[in-house]
Design a binder for this molecule. Structure first.
Ligand code: PEP
Ligand code: MG
Length: 891
């Protein structure tokens, strides 16, 4: 069989897993690998991801040469299992599944039981000796195929099923007899014909082609697109399709299906974690339609659940399963998320993948695996996604606070969240966009809810287990989630949540504790996170592998304290204009800006000097000898001019001007484009007395604090070397004056921000006057793209959606464009002054992808908001490790 279009696995097929996840998709690669190490995997074949692009190029049609090859793929399966696709006596059934390079749980489509029709169903019934199973499989197939391939609403089928159950007095699906299910199939076939105007496709080959096409098609479904956007997955990757022999978990009481994690994905504990259902198929567990039972006796006892665990109900198969988990962990050296099926006491593995986990679990697993000798510390560092640390840096519920518990569900994804109840996804997204904290409450979530789940602070569902869609997706997003809170109900007509004997209207505030499963009334207070234990160990390993330093953007004592607590190695940007926002000071800044005469400005600056000096002393003390970069004033005028009448009156009183004069002066100073206006070094050149005051405050503070402080003074918004030289001249003269008056000296350095394209281009000359460059990528992005940073949010979403920029360029550096300017400036600057120190202090300094780029460019440090410092430390370590591995990208 040609390797290009269909890649077989199982039976005697050679393992093709070396082709990798990019080609085979995660599922295809792992199935090939599992089959290769002798695990019981039903045979099948994978259609590689490259075919997805061909499908779309052909306008959403399967290429003819692929169609021509499908029978060969089926022949491979038929040979291994000894059954025949479409046979009236011994029919082979297959599943058709998606599998992208990285797992996108529940985002794309799957069709099970394919190959059934009015004839093969009889063959299946005779062959299996189980007519009920055959008809149950057929009705499931029609429903899934109808939903996924024919685009019919699944409620059409579910309503018919519910009616049938009511009619027969059946509580559960499993109470329906073969005859009932046969009658239901008749109804389902009629539904398809009524809705589509065509009979249900009876030819198994047509069914297969339809299903493969539908799976490719689901790559561009809205929910998949949203998921990709949230997880930075490029659309160009495409999905692979895996066609695999069906095995059946719904063949009676010796059959079952389940999902398991080899460790607890919520807290990382080393124990088998998962759920199963007897006499069921996989989608029953994953979709959260039936609430499944626990795998282990210990878990069942802990939860106080009644349904027998798999360990009790199927002890022999369970022991076999536990053994396989061990083999899989040793082989993959990571926690696995496994789907399995038991068909008449025979165990089959359908899928394995690295288990999605919470930040807490990721840390614990990484540390435990180092202790177990499974991985080295460098691998542990690479294992933890820096972005998820965010979950750990935020507060959890105060254990001492009173809790009015309304209900308890499953602790599906840890963390604390308070917010207003919203009952649908669209409302959640809308309210969150208005800045409201919301909790999305649903009977069960479906993949369509993804945008609402992302917008919400937390998620509460009435149905679904620990591996339901809601739970898996919430853990991946780091959203606290309580699932399967059985006692709650939702009245969508009056938009009321009934919970714990209460009726809460939409909008009422509740709190979720995703670690205990509790749902509480009102907002429960929180406490600061614990940064010791596994977190501290991993960060220590990261620091050992890191080359770049990590500093913080901070100018208040609180922010500096947080920065130090999170391990910042200095301040990379103290924005001095932010020090003037306080009530007492802003009026003097305004007086200074509005002053028409130097004397007026000097008088205002005199009043600011003591507080500036005090600010700098506080920072130097907290940072105790670590480097501190202080940026001279850079106030975009629109942020500082008095706007309201009361503010004008206040300035008038301070300056002795009339209110009318203040108003006139404000009008004179009005700018059309304040971001491109009289700010940064331009203001400092017009008013050198500002530089004098700030430089004096810095030097006097450093001398007062003493020790080995080497202040780094940074000049903003420089475009030409001359600008920098002028400002540096004032700084140097002020230094001499201060040193002379005090009789003490200290070292200091003067550098500049590189935040304008011209500065990047002329970096060679500018480096003549600068001892360091700090890339101000906020302004550099604004001015390179010509997109106002203040207005971008209104339309950048569309830009990202349309693929114009892969991510918001104000969040993650536009490496191709802005990045080229950074690279060029670094190169030209270093050529002119080899000892030039290089850093970044735009918001991008805390973004892992940008940090990787900074490592490649050989920057000395990144600087980011204090809360992101741990993320930056980990990301910088990963970047260094990957660079060392020859730029090999993990994942
Ligand atoms: C920048 O432009 O990237 C920068 C750090 O300065 P600010 O955000 O204060 O303009
Ligand atoms: Mg700037």
């Amino acid at each position: 069989m040609p390797q290009r279009l269909l890649i077989p696995f199982g039976g005697a097929a050679p393992s093709a897993h070396h082709l990798g996840k990019a080609h085979l998709g995660g599922k295809g690669a792992n199935l090939a690998e599992m089959a290769g190490i002798g695990l019981p995997v039903p045979p099948g074949f994978t259609i590689p991801t490259t075919l997805c692009a061909l499908y779309y190029e052909a306008g959403g049609r399967l290429p003819d040469d692929l169609k021509a090859l499908l029978p060969e793929g089926l022949a491979h399966i038929e040979k291994v299992v000894g059954m025949e696709f479409g046979s009236a006596t011994n029919p082979l059934l297959v599943s058709v599944r998606s599998g992208a390079r990285v797992s996108m749980p529940g985002m794309m489509d799957t069709v099970l039981n394919l190959g059934l029709n009015d004839v093969t169903v009889e063959g299946l019934a005779t062959r299996s000796g189980n007519a009920r199973f055959a008809w149950d499989s057929y009705r499931r197939f029609i429903q899934m195929y109808g939903d996924v391939v024919l685009g019919l609403d699944h409620y059409l089928f579910e309503d018919a099923l519910e009616l049938m159950k009511d009619d027969r007095g059946a509580n559960l699906d499993t109470d329906l007899t073969a005859e009932d299910l046969k009658a239901l199939v008749g109804q389902y076939l009629a539904i398809v014909e009524n809705e589509t105007g065509k009979p249900f496709p009876q030819d198994p080959t047509d069914q297969l082609e339809g299903a493969v096409a539908a799976v490719f098609g689901s790559w561009r479904s809205e929910r998949a697109a949203v998921y990709r956007r949230l997880n930075d997955i490029p659309e160009s990757w495409g999905t692979a399709v895996t066609v695999q022999a069906m095995v059946f978990g719904n063949m009676g009481d010796t059959s079952a299906t389940g999902v398991a994690f080899t460790r607890d994905p919520a807290n990382g504990d080393r124990l088998i974690y998962g759920e199963y259902l007897i006499n069921a198929q996989g989608e029953d567990v994953v979709a959260g339609i039936r609430t499944p039972h626990y795998l282990t006796l210990a878990a069942r006892e802990r939860a106080g659940a009644r349904g027998l665990s798999m360990e009790e109900a199927m002890p022999v198969v369970f022991a076999e399963l536990a053994e396989m988990f061990k083999r899989l962990e040793t082989h993959y050296r990571d926690c696995q998320d496994i789907e399995f099926t038991v068909q008449e006491n025979k165990l089959w593995l359908l899928q394995t993948r690295a288990g999605k986990r919470t930040a807490k679990a990721a840390l614990k697993m990484a540390c435990d695996m180092v202790d177990e000798g499974l991985i080295e510390t460098d691998e542990a560092v690479l294992r933890v996604d820096p972005a998820v640390l965010d979950q750990l840096l935020h507060p959890t519920l105060d254990p001492k606070a009173a809790r009015n518990v309304l209900a308890v569900g499953l602790p599906a994804s840890p963390g604390a969240a308070s917010g207003a109840i919203v009952l649908d996804s669209a409302t959640a997204a809308e309210k969150a966009s208005q800045g409201e904290d919301v909790i999305l409450v649903r009977i069960e979530t479906s993949p369509e809810d993804i945008a609402g789940m992302h917008a919400a602070r937390g998620i509460l569902t009435a149905r679904g287990g620990m591996t339901s869609h809601a739970a898996v997706v919430a853990r991946g997003m780091g959203r606290p989630c309580v699932s399967g809170a059985g006692g709650i109900s939702i009245d969508m007509d009056s938009r009321i949540l009934r919970i714990g004997g209460r009726e809460l209207a939409e909008g009422t505030v509740i709190t979720l504790d995703g670690a205990s499963g509790e749902v509480m009334e009102g907002r429960v207070p929180t406490v600061e996170p614990e940064l010791s234990g596994d977190f501290a160990r991993l960060m220590q390993w990261a620091d050992g592998h890191r080359r770049m330093k990590v500093r913080a953007n901070a100018e208040t004592p609180e922010d500096c304290t947080t920065a130090v607590r999170f391990g910042a190695e200095g301040v990379g940007l103290a924005r001095t204009e932010h020090m003037f926002f306080g009530e007492q000071r802003i009026v003097h800044v305004r007086a200074m800006i509005l002053g028409t005469e130097e004397a007026q400005r000097r008088s205002a600056l005199e009043k600011l000097l003591p507080s500036q000096r005090g600010d700098f002393e506080a920072i130097f003390r907290i940072m105790s000898g670590l480097p501190v970069t202080i940026r001279l004033l850079d106030p975009p005028l629109h942020e500082f001019l008095p706007a309201r009448e009361a503010e004008m009156v206040e300035v008038a009183e301070t300056t002795g001007l009339s209110v009318a004069a203040v108003r006139r002066r404000v009008a004179e100073l009005h700018e059309s484009n304040p971001m491109l206006g009289h700010r940064g070094c331009r203001l400092l050149i017009s008013y050198p007395e500002i530089v004098e005051m700030q430089a004096r405050a810095i030097f006097e503070a450093a001398l007062a604090v003493g020790g080995n402080i080497v202040p780094e003074i940074m000049v903003p918004l420089v475009a030409t070397a001359r600008e920098l030289e002028l400002v540096k001249g004032v700084i140097d003269r002020t230094a001499e004056a201060v040193f002379e008056a005090s009789g003490k000296r200290l070292d200091y350095s003067v550098g500049t921000m590189i935040e304008l394209p011209r500065a990047a281009l002329r970096a060679g000359e500018i480096a003549g006057a600068a001892e360091f460059f700090s890339f101000g990528t906020n302004d550099l992005t604004q001015t390179t793209l010509g997109i106002s940073r203040d207005d971008a949010a209104r339309f950048l979403g569309e830009y990202v959606e349309a693929g114009i920029y892969p991510r918001d360029p104000f969040v993650s550096l536009d490496v191709e464009g802005v990045g080229e300017l950074v690279a060029l400036a670094a190169e030209r600057g270093k050529a002119a002054r080899p000892a030039l120190k290089l850093g970044i202090c735009g918001e991008h300094g805390g973004d892992p992808a940008t940090i990787a780029f900074c490592e490649e460019q050989g920057l000395d440090y990144v600087s980011c908001s204090p809360w992101r410092v741990p993320i930056a430390r980990l990301a910088a370590a990963q970047a260094a490790l990957r660079n060392k591995q020859g730029g090999k990208q993990a994942g």
